[in-house]
Structures are given as structure tokens and as C-alpha cells.
Design a protein around this ligand. Structure first.
Ligand code: GLY
Ligand code: MN
Ligand code: MN
Length: 490
């Protein structure tokens, strides 16, 4: 009998088994250890078809290879992060890795190795293999499959992803020994970065990150389909929320968050970002995610939420709804102004337009309204030139959308913010007006009102398509839609 399980003849290269810290294993007899090694069926999956996006990810890797000839490129998926003691946050693979592989497995690393003949790269996806049953890893290691679930074998993953797969536990050592130019996407895998520390520079690594961000600016057909799925689930999530507003009134904004989350988890992977369930004056806090406030009849609910699909594409949609189903006159006036601004913004989304055009169009409408209401002194051109409307409009009118809610975030200014719209781009158009509860420069009745309307817009060859058009936007249509849904309450 021994107190702990150790391999009989430890292999020097083998990783030590990290026993779970929860003390469930006070000791393992030799007999139990022997028993656990045997009696398991062969579960290898054969004749697997590649995932649907495998040709798309292959094209992206080829383009990446052309951009950085002769250089080793290292793109990690990332590792689990501790939430508390020995529990971890849900894993969400790094966007760059997902875009290039279609895979989402923690601890994996994509490496593009330049070929010796100088032409192109060989791609290898390093990942954890099936757990070893000989040394007890599969049931004693915290990352063993008996604890965390079956993994694909390296052969299975190769077939699914269309990339040769190898054991990631050998990668850090290989990278440490490697010679020649290398770049890594930083911020996801500290172990891999440490192995490369004396071979990389921040500036060169940033060039890789910027390239990968810009490579996502134009979505392919598969991605557009996924974004539409994300939006469609999001529409259903908003409908779910409207149906339970009475229960939210009896509890809190958390009821709204939980209701939307249920839809996101059942139809997708998760929410793409923390749902903003902002009732009453919370709507004036742009990223209100505490969601612990009261939901009161007569107030507005600003709900900004998006389902993330199982392939990790996210929607980003906002509606500002009257909790009792009918806007007050002032709420409607402000809502309709934001709606008009959004209409102007959406109309400016087309191929060849400057990215800034839709922002400028929406800001002009909002500035006109603020002048008309006497909240800021005109003329409108002066207001816009000095940016005075921004006290109440607060944020940019939209951003690229994709695997990240704020997608392509490190693209260069000249290709994104100062760039030109092209067919295949997907962006949000989301103007808002926010009158803080303590804003003494506006009449008292405006204070605590916040309105944002946000839709997800695909740039098409001849204009745009609103992917979230199924969710009503005009104030009277919102009211009719809410009345229909609340009539269906059990
Ligand atoms: N949900 C964050 C945003 O609208 O940008
Ligand atoms: Mn947004
Ligand atoms: Mn949003």
C-alpha cells in the first residue's frame, strides 16, 4: 500500500500529476491504482467530418502566413483563470485563436512554423491529448478527463479542425530551443510567453495582434450566418424578458438578467458581454451591470444584451422599453429623438461611406433635438463643432461586431475609425441620450431618463441589412409588440 499514487517508473519528461486540492484522495492503494488502469473501452471516434468553418480558418491561416513569411507565429487559446481557491471562471478562448482555428479548447496553442524551403508555413495545433490512464492522470489530475470531461484525441482534433495536432505539453520546451524570428499574441498564456521572453519584442508582437484584428473586419458568409443566429436568439431573449416584466417588478433587475441568460445558455454559449439591465435612472449609467435595482412601473428599462453563439459570435442589441407598456409623453419625445438619430445613422451605412459618417449623422440629429428643446444654445453647427451635445450623448454611435462585442478593437485608426465601410462589415448603430439624475442643467423631469437603441447592421453590396430588424424599434411598434407579448402571460 502507498499513500499516494506515483507512476512506477516515472518518465522524466512527464508532467507531475497535480492532485486536486479538495482532499478527496487521502490515499490510493496499489490495488485501486491497478484497477483504474484497466477495463476501459476504446472510445476513439473515427470517420469524423471537419467542422463547417474549417475551409474558412484554413484561408485565414494562409493569409497570415503570407503576411509574415519566414517567421514563427504563436497564437494561444489561453488558460483557465481562478475564480476562487480551486474553482475557475468559465473558459472563453482567445478571439484570435478562435478565428484561426474554429476551436475553443483551453491551453491550446496554434503555431505557424516557417517551412525550411522558405515557402509558407506548416500549421500545428498544440493541445492537451486524451488523459493518460496508465499513470492515473485521467482520474487524479485536476485536468483529468474524469473531472473535466472527455477531450478529443489528437487524431480526432486533426480530423475535426483540419490542422495537424500535437501534445501541447512539449511546446514550451520546443519554443525555448527554437531559433529564428518569432511573434506571439500576448495576454493569453503566461507560460508560452515566458518560454519566448528572450526572443520576442512588444512592438513586433503588436504588429501580429493588429494584423489579426484587421483580418476580422470583413466577415465571410459563415460568420454572417453565425451573427444572424446570435441576433435571432437575442430577439427571443428580449421577448422572454418582456413576458416576465411583472416578475422583475416583484424582484429586481436580476430577474431580467437571469431570464435573458437562460436563453443565451440554452441556445448559445453564453452572453457575449455582461447584460445591461438598467431600470429607471440606472439607464443613464452606460454599462450598468450590477443589475440589482428595482424595476418600477412608469420607468424605462434599458436592456442591452447579446447572445453569443456556440461558435462565439455575439449580438449586441439595445431596446429601451416602458416597463408598464406605454411611454409617457416625455419618455416618448426623448425616445423618438433617439430613434430618428438611429434612422439617420443606419441610412449612412453603405459601402464606400466613411466609417465616421453614421456617427456624424446620428449626432447631428441629437444636437438638433437638444437645441430645439432648449437644453443647449444653438446654432447646431456650433454645438457639433464644440461637441457640446456630448454631455448627453456620451459615447460613439457604434463599433464593429463579431467574435468580440467590440470587434477589431486594435485595428489601426486608418483602417477602422478613419476607414471606409466595405460589404461584409458588421457594426452596431446605437445612439443614445442620457440625462443623469443629478444633472442640474436640464429640467427636473428629464433627470434620470436614459434611452439607447442599438441594432446590428451588415454592410451589403448596395447598402445595408439590419440583422436585428425583427425586434421593433419605433415607439408605437414597441408598445404594440409589448402588448402582444404580455397578453400571452400565463
Ligand atoms: N454593449 C456594449 C455596447 O453596446 O457597446
Ligand atoms: Mn454596442
Ligand atoms: Mn450594447
Amino acid at each position: 500500500m502507498t499513500d499516494e499514487l506515483t507512476p512506477e517508473t516515472p518518465d522524466e519528461d512527464e508532467q507531475p500529476i497535480k492532485q486536486r486540492k479538495n482532499g478527496l484522495y487521502p490515499g490510493v492503494s496499489d490495488e485501486l491504482a491497478a484497477s483504474m488502469k484497466t477495463g476501459w473501452a476504446d472510445t476513439e471516434l473515427r470517420d469524423l467530418e471537419p467542422i463547417e468553418q474549417a475551409p474558412n480558418t484554413a484561408r485565414r491561416r494562409e493569409a497570415l502566413s503570407r503576411r509574415f513569411p519566414g517567421e514563427r507565429l504563436v497564437i494561444p487559446a489561453g488558460n483557465l483563470k481562478t475564480r476562487s481557491n480551486d474553482t475557475e471562471y468559465d473558459f472563453r478562448a482567445a478571439t484570435e485563436y478562435v478565428h484561426l482555428t474554429g476551436d475553443q479548447t483551453e491551453d491550446s496553442v496554434l503555431v505557424l512554423e516557417p517551412r525550411e524551403n522558405g515557402e509558407g508555413h506548416d500549421a500545428t495545433l498544440y493541445r492537451l491529448p486524451r488523459s493518460n490512464r496508465e499513470n492515473g492522470e485521467f482520474w487524479l489530475d485536476g485536468m483529468g478527463e474524469l473531472w473535466v470531461g472527455r477531450r478529443n484525441s489528437l487524431t480526432e482534433a486533426t480530423a475535426l479542425l483540419g490542422v495537424d495536432c500535437a501534445d501541447v505539453r512539449e511546446l514550451a520546451g520546443t519554443l525555448r530551443e527554437a531559433t529564428g524570428p518569432v511573434r506571439v499574441v500576448r495576454g493569453h498564456d503566461a507560460g508560452i510567453e515566458a518560454a519566448l521572453a528572450d526572443k520576442v519584442t512588444a512592438e513586433r508582437d503588436e504588429e501580429l495582434r493588429v494584423y489579426l484584428s484587421e483580418a476580422r473586419l470583413i466577415k465571410d458568409e459563415f460568420e454572417i450566418g453565425e451573427l444572424q443566429k446570435a441576433v435571432d436568439s437575442t430577439v427571443r431573449g428580449f421577448e422572454d424578458v418582456v413576458k416576465v416584466l411583472d416578475k422583475a417588478e416583484a424582484t429586481s433587475e436580476r430577474y431580467i438578467e437571469g431570464t435573458f441568460f437562460l436563453r443565451a445558455r440554452v441556445e448559445g454559449n453564453d452572453v457575449g458581454y455582461g447584460s445591461i439591465c438598467a431600470a429607471g435612472p440606472h439607464a443613464t449609467t452606460l454599462h450598468w451591470v450590477r443589475n440589482n435595482g428595482q424595476v418600477r412601473s412608469g420607468d424605462l428599462l434599458l436592456l442591452d444584451a447579446g447572445v453569443e453563439t456556440n461558435t462565439l459570435y455575439t449580438a449586441d442589441v439595445t431596446r429601451t422599453l416602458p416597463i408598464n407598456g406605454t411611454y409617457t409623453d416625455l419618455q416618448r419625445k426623448i425616445y423618438d429623438a433617439v430613434y430618428e438619430a438611429q434612422e439617420a445613422g443606419i441610412a449612412a451605412v453603405k459601402p464606400g461611406a466613411a466609417f465616421r459618417d453614421f456617427h456624424d449623422a446620428a449626432q447631428r440629429v441629437l444636437a438638433e433635438k437638444l437645441v430645439e428643446w432648449g437644453l443647449v444654445e444653438g446654432p447646431v453647427d456650433r454645438v457639433l463643432e464644440l461637441g457640446l451635445q456630448r454631455r448627453w450623448t456620451l459615447h460613439g454611435t457604434g463599433h464593429m461586431l463579431g467574435l468580440d462585442v467590440h470587434d477589431c478593437a486594435v485595428a489601426r485608426t486608418e483602417t477602422y475609425v478613419n476607414g471606409t465601410l466595405e460589404a461584409g462589415m458588421v457594426l452596431t448603430v446605437e445612439p443614445g441620450l442620457y440625462f443623469q439624475a443629478d444633472d442640474l442643467t436640464v429640467p427636473e423631469e428629464y433627470r434620470g431618463i436614459g434611452v439607447r437603441i442599438e441594432d446590428d447592421i451588415l454592410v451589403t453590396e448596395d447598402g445595408n441589412r439590419n440583422l436585428s430588424a425583427a425586434l421593433p424599434r419605433r415607439s408605437d411598434e414597441v408598445e404594440a409588440w409589448m402588448a402582444r407579448l404580455t397578453a400571452q402571460r400565463a
